[in-house]
Design a protein around this ligand. Structure first.
Ligand SMILES: CC(C)(COP(=O)(O)OP(=O)(O)OC[C@H]1O[C@@H](n2cnc3c(N)ncnc32)[C@H](O)[C@@H]1OP(=O)(O)O)[C@@H](O)C(=O)NCCC(=O)NCCS
Length: 210
């Protein structure tokens, strides 16, 4: 079945459920943990979005994959249900990881995100970031139940000229903290953006409009 003609956009209803509005229907959007079958889609999205070597992308994803023993990082994907009820292709992925060791108040890095070119500027990344962070916190609390850590600090390292900066501001209130130079090979000058008080977002997440 062909993909629907899309008007816009991921929007939440009064219950906080998110829908993708097409010209004649609203299709439920979901953010879920990535599964083995999604690796190929993630590799393809990553190849398209970033200029690193394809084989390196594949190896890097595999070495950080959602294995049972891997509890400090997670991959999530965003999809929607098509008109026939089947899940769409993977529209975007995100990779979160715990940084700075274990503390009750955790520091988490938004390590990587990409959305399919044909679906950009329709709200998918914003929904993906917010929903997956809530899921990552749930995951962490389930897996480290003895001390129930809370995500308190979120940061991202991005290109000095990457327009995604606006996305990070809008979705999680991350702010520019400083320039850190060309730390990822030849891909240009980087900056760091952070929000030191993300608890507020997580506590109010049921009121958040996606
Ligand atoms: C960055 C990226 C993930 C954004 O995905 P997206 O689904 O298009 O983002 P959204 O539609 O959720 O954007 C939400 C808001 O963020 C801002 N934003 C997102 N992309 C933007 C862009 N290219 N230019 C300016 N603002 C942008 C806008 O304010 C946007 O709201 P608006 O469309 O109502 O103006 C996507 O462009 C991408 O995959 N880029 C290549 C990979 C990449 O650079 N990843 C980040 C590495 S640090």
């Amino acid at each position: 079945m062909s993909e629907p003609v899309l008007n816009k956009i991921c929007k939440a209803d009064e219950n906080g459920d998110v829908y993708y509005y097409t010209s004649h229907e609203k299709l439920p959007v979901q953010v879920r943990e990535a599964e083995e079958d999604d690796i190929e889609s993630i590799v393809n999205l990553k190849n398209e979005a970033f200029s690193t070597h394809n084989e390196c992308n594949y190896q890097w994803i595999l070495s950080n994959w959602n294995r049972p023993e891997q509890k400090c990082s997670r991959w999530y994907v965003i999809t929607y249900n098509r008109e026939d009820g089947q899940e769409s292709q993977v529209i975007g992925f995100i990779f979160w990881r715990i940084r700075a060791g274990f503390e009750v108040r955790l520091t988490v890095e938004l390590d990587q995100i990409a959305v399919d070119k044909t679906y950009r500027r329709q709200g998918f990344a914003k929904t993906l970031i917010r929903r997956s962070l809530i899921k990552f916190q749930e995951f962490i609390q389930t897996n480290f139940s003895s001390f129930k850590p809370q995500i308190g600090f979120v940061f991202v390292i991005t290109g000095e000229r990457n327009p995604a900066q606006e996305l990070y501001r809008k979705s999680l209130g991350l702010e520019y903290k400083g320039k850190i130079g060309a730390i990822f090979g030849a891909s240009g000058e980087k900056i760091i953006m952070a929000n030191e008080h993300i608890e507020q977002f997580l506590e109010n997440s049921h009121h958040i409009q996606y």
